[in-house]
Design a protein around this ligand. Sequence first.
Ligand code: ATR
Length: 289
Amino acid sequence: MAIDGHTKLFGLIGYPVGHTLSPLIHNHLAELYGQNLVYVPLPVKEEDLKRAVEGAGAFGFGGMNVTVPYKNAVIPLCTQVDPLAAQIGSVNTLVPCEGGYKGYNTDVTGLYRAMTEDGAMIEDREVIVVGAGGVGRTVAFLMAQKKAKKVYLLNRTFEKARELADHVNAYAGKELIIPLANEDHGKIPEGKYLAVQATSLGMSPKTEGVAIEDPAFYQKISCGYEIIFNPAKTRFMQLVEDAGGTAYNGLKMLLYQGIDAYELWNPVKIREEDIKAIYLMMCRELGWG
Ligand code: ATR
């Protein structure tokens, strides 16, 4: 694509941002939809975050993504915040609005699109969420928003699971989430659960990591949804499969958070065949053949 006097700027604010797949997603979409824009990674130091967002506005950036460690810190810098993103306390997409940027969370909408496509239905389902950190929080709110029947929230530190459960239950207006310490997973009744793995354990290069090893736990899981995409099959996924369940990795969540952001920034609806093509490109980039 030729950069000229009309090229619109988009970028990813985070630290570090060297390994991101987002430029691949957005620059390819721009090419497919004939839009004169460029998307670049923008490493920003913590002390510069405010100036970076203001500077993006000054340069007329058409939109920004925000990644670790700023998804929470960027909220007070937004002129407006989407209500669900505000509840979650995490913004990963900035869309220009009067006087600045409006913050959205396409991790949550992207995860939902990915899960729906993979047939991992949430509504009226009994669910297990493993992890109560930033990602666990996003997943827990999605479970409330999409009306899961009951959610067991496991975390190494029980207190964090309890705090998150209180917060989400207040949002849901009922006792939807039951917090448990990881070692108490045996208290979860028998069943055929949808389980979402939302810790960083098992991520490359420490691929042997998993929050719960006990094979008995995996007997209760019919569908295991992993947030990690590298490696393609985590130890959590392997344990789900060993117990006879179906497991999915987090690459589609990454893909759809990008698709959703692109659709918020640009007046286009991305075609299904283009989404598939970009997914295959991401797989190739990761060396999955
Ligand atoms: P993220 O934004 O990726 O969720 P985070 O907020 O630091 O990152 O949360 C990491 C999650 O992985 C938490 O659920 C954490 O458990 P604690 O709340 O007890 O810290 C979990 N986690 C990290 N290392 C772990 C380990 N070695 N064993 C079990 N859980 C672990």
